[in-house]
Write a protein that binds this ligand. Sequence first.
Ligand SMILES: *Cc1c(COP(=O)(O)O)cnc(C)c1O
Length: 380
Amino acid sequence: MINSIPFNKPHITGKETDYIAEVIRSGKISGDGPYTKKCNLFFEKKYEIKKTLLTPSCTAALEMAAILLNIKEGDEVIVPAYTFVSTVNAFVLRGAKIIFADSNLLNPNIDTDSIESLITAKTKAIVPVHYAGIACDMDKLMVLAVKHNIDIVEDAAQSIESYYKNRALGSIGQLGAFSFHDTKNIISGEGGLLSINDNRFIDRAEIVREKGTNRTSFSRGEVDKYEWIDIGSSFLPSEVTAAFLYAQLENLDMIQLKRKKLWDAYHANLESLHKNGMLERPYIPDFATNNGYMYYILLKSPKERTKLIHHLRNKNISSVFHFLSLHKSPYFKDKYQGAELKNSDRYTDCLLRLPMYYDLGVNEIEFICNEINIFFSTGT
Ligand SMILES: *Cc1c(COP(=O)(O)O)cnc(C)c1O
């Protein structure tokens, strides 16, 4: 008997409360304690990232990136229109002019071939988003970056444990940002991490996240007092968050194994509908891996998508669409001067995400896919 199936359910691995209790007992609850260091080290070692800094969210990590790149009024930043607002807001907050790029025809990632025509003398950064944890074409982006002296900030919010040609996502661009929001694979309620792969940002990043002071240097005994030396903000999560996160990271392999198994179950069960041209399944290029973050399908029209959402809801299955093209958002539409972004609009209108979380069962996926089959066989 299948009860109702939500879209997401946060998975608790078991040690979270023990580690949090330990933090509370220790009397050191603010940021940058032992658990924060353990989490940073985990990412630096496992993903070969030069320096990582835990942040209160991926949004905060992106805001730090914009500060570190010295983005100012009039600088141009190229971002995909099909993304979460934070990818863009971080740069808008610093006065950047946003240049929206379209998605690929075959998946929602930024169309790297369309980028060069968007680059001007004012372009300071490109922010690729690895949608569903599937890598953007990083070699092409890094070549453009070198050629035009532009920095790359990877929005790796969805991309833990995913790779581009054997290199971890978030370890390739000058900077990268991860999310541990409780909809992601590894969670801490709210949480994020800034990855730094270019030495020139490391020292300043430690200052920016400590409200513009050299407190980190001070706590290492490198200076005898800490002072205000740059702009900054509060970009440290508390040890409570870090302790939660560390418990999750210890279970990364198990979580990933399960999520990929669930993803494969969807992929196999929807194969015939794809082959019959009823829907499209995710496309993963040869250079990319899959981290089981999301299973989505593409329908033929928004109308068909709405009908399927209703059909599934009647069976107590929750399915949701995703981003809305940001160049058409209420905040931006009057400012947008670029071309039509057909692929981004298509994902806005036709992409549907199916339930995906650690505690989901393969039997539940079979039930969901069976309902999708019934939807298409009974006429949409
Ligand atoms: C989740 C997400 C974010 C925001 O992450 P927070 O940790 O909630 O700030 C940013 N970009 C993308 C692509 C996301 O999926």
